[in-house]
Each structure stands twice: as structure tokens, then as C-alpha cells.
Design a protein around this ligand. Structure first.
Ligand code: NAP
Length: 283
């Protein structure tokens, strides 16, 4: 990450805090802002933050790169406050990418913006959950705008490489469509299952290992996930609709006591896993 002497991180929770800690560890001067003054105090105390920015992000122009790490629905508003100096990279870490890429273009930051989505995290949130090394060996999707300069894309790659991650460039709409299936739908199902089990008076301690695995995600931040679902409503709604059709088919097969259709239902999922492992064995 040659040439990066200072970086600004906006939102010092799990992801932003982990970026800040890693950058500070690498000798970068970290400027930052969080809407919770206690978080800023803790980050300054722990050495992950060297200088607090004002609520209007005054001083952000001193940074060689800016990382937004706030809930995805808050990101466009924060983006409008940023006026970095020429050549400074602006990126984010949000779990959705289409709206932030559009917001960056609308804010006149199309040249210097590259969306980022690190596939790393935790069900816990806040500065206290942040840590160094969170992005080591993680995949990070990079979503440029239609105007991102090659230099900005290279800066984004270098940032994540310095944090130990592997980057992959992807179109923002394709990213959101894919994430609806591989991340947002699983989260919604874990949450629905958790609330159903709660309604039945069951606790996590009552579950076996499989159901515990399946419901672990339900413990994630409701605020963060409500923002992701709202922002990716189009693609997530399509994925939920496809899942509803599968559950309806299962429901019908159960009501009809149709052993053949039940077998097909379970076989399709099994085949998907078995093909992936190339062994035909139950995994
Ligand atoms: P988090 O731990 O809740 O941190 C978000 C932080 O941003 C909180 O300190 C929050 O303050 C602060 N904040 C909220 N609105 C703000 C604003 N307008 N200006 C400044 N600060 C603001 O959440 P996170 O897990 O780090 O998530 C941050 C981003 O990373 C999200 O966009 C999420 O989609 C993405 N992401 C998360 C994961 C994951 O596993 N958690 C993985 C990949 C990507 P308050 O505490 O006062 O709300």
C-alpha cells in the first residue's frame, strides 16, 4: 500500500473497527468518525484511531483513502458528505453494492469510488467485536462504477491485499443478485427458523448440532440486516419467492403423503452437495 500515509474510516463497528485496527498496525495514520461518541473514545483509547473527525466529516480531505463502514442504507448520505482530495480512493464495505455505486456516481465520486464487500465478519457487532486479522484470507468483491479510474481500482486492490484478502472484480448488480441467494436468503431463513423455534418455546440449548449451525446466523445485528434486506429488496424478494415455491411443493407432498415427491425433494439438495464434493457421498 505504497503512498498511503493516512486513511479515514467512517463507522467504527465490527468491520470499520477491524479495518482501522489493521491499518493502524501497518503504520497508517487513522482518522475516523462514528455517530456514537463512546465508540470513538474506545477506538482512540485502544490505538485503532489516531484522530477523531467531526460529525460533518470535516478533515476527511486529509486522508489518502476513505472507507465507509456504516449500515448500507446510511452509506449514500455519508457519501454525500465526502470531498476527498484528488486521487484519493473512496470505498466502502457494505453487503450490497448496486445502490452505493449509484450513490457514488450521483455524488460526483464516480472516478475515485470502488465498492468493496469483504466476505468476512461475525454475528457480533460494534467496536468491541472488531479485531486485527479479520480479513486475512477473506474474499473481497470489488464493484467499480462506470467511471472508476484504473488507479482507483489498483488502490482498492492494494488496500485489501495489505489486509491479507483476495479481491475479485464484479458488476454491482450481479453481486447483489448473487448475494441474495448465497447470503441474504440463508440469513432470512436462519432468522425465520429462530423465531419459529422461539414461538414453540424452544431454546438453543434444546437443539442438536445441525439446528444450532442453522440458527447461528439469527444472532446477527437486526439493524444491519433490515438495512441489507431493504436495500436488496428486489433480488431478495425473488429468492424468497423461489424458496416459497419449494416449501409449497414440500407442503403439498406432505399433505398428499406422497413418498416419491418427498424423495425427489430431499434428493435434489443432496445431489447439489454430492456433486460439489464429486464423491456422491452424503456430506
Ligand atoms: P456495526 O458493528 O453495527 O458497525 C456500524 C457502526 O456504524 C456502528 O458503530 C454504528 O453506530 C455506526 N453508524 C451507523 N450509522 C452511522 C452514520 N450515519 N455515521 C457514522 N457512523 C454510523 O456493523 P458492521 O457489522 O461493522 O457493518 C458495517 C457494514 O459492513 C455494513 O454495511 C454491513 O453490511 C457490512 N458488512 C458486515 C459484515 C458482518 O458480518 N457484520 C460482513 C461484511 C460486510 P451505532 O452503534 O450508534 O449504530
Amino acid at each position: 500500500m505504497t503512498g498511503v500515509r493516512s486513511a479515514a474510516v467512517v463507522g467504527l463497528g465490527l468491520i470499520g473497527g477491524s479495518v482501522a485496527r489493521d491499518l493502524a498496525d501497518r503504520g497508517v495514520r487513522v482518522l475516523g468518525y462514528d455517530r456514537d461518541p463512546a465508540t470513538v473514545r474506545d477506538a482512540l483509547r485502544d490505538g485503532g484511531l489516531h484522530e477523531a473527525l467531526g460529525a460533518g466529516l470535516e478533515g476527511v480531505e486529509k486522508a489518502d483513502l476513505v472507507v465507509l463502514a456504516v449500515p448500507v442504507t446510511a452509506a449514500p448520505g455519508v457519501l454525500r458528505q465526502i470531498r476527498p482530495h484528488a486521487g484519493a480512493l473512496v470505498t466502502d464495505v457494505g453487503s450490497t453494492k448496486e445502490s452505493i455505486v449509484r450513490a457514488a456516481e450521483d455524488a460526483g465520486l464516480g472516478d475515485s469510488f470502488v465498492g468493496s464487500h469483504p466476505l468476512a465478519g461475525d454475528h457480533r457487532s460494534g467496536w468491541s467485536a472488531s479485531r486485527t486479522g479479520l480479513f486475512r484470507d477473506a474474499r473481497v468483491f470489488l464493484t467499480p462504477t462506470s467511471r472508476t479510474t484504473p488507479a482507483a481500482l489498483e488502490q482498492a486492490r492494494a488496500l485489501w491485499a495489505a489486509l491479507g484478502a483476495r479481491t475479485e472484480v464484479m458488476d454491482a448488480t450481479e453481486h447483489d443478485r448473487r448475494m441474495a441467494a448465497v447470503s441474504h436468503l440463508p440469513q432470512a431463513l436462519a432468522t425465520a427458523l429462530g423465531s419459529l423455534l422461539g414461538e414453540e418455546g424452544l431454546r438453543r440449548a434444546d437443539l442438536g448440532p445441525g439446528a444450532r449451525d442453522m440458527t447461528r446466523l439469527a444472532g446477527s445485528s437486526p439493524e444491519m440486516w433490515a438495512a441489507i434486506a431493504a436495500d436488496n429488496a428486489r433480488h431478495l424478494s425473488a429468492a424468497v419467492g423461489a424458496m416459497r415455491a419449494r416449501l409449497a411443493a414440500l407442503h403439498d407432498a406432505l399433505d398428499a403423503r406422497d413418498a416419491e415427491r418427498l424423495r425427489s425433494f430431499f434428493e435434489e439438495g443432496h445431489l447439489w452437495v454430492a456433486t460439489d464434493f464429486g464423491s456422491g457421498q452424503r456430506q
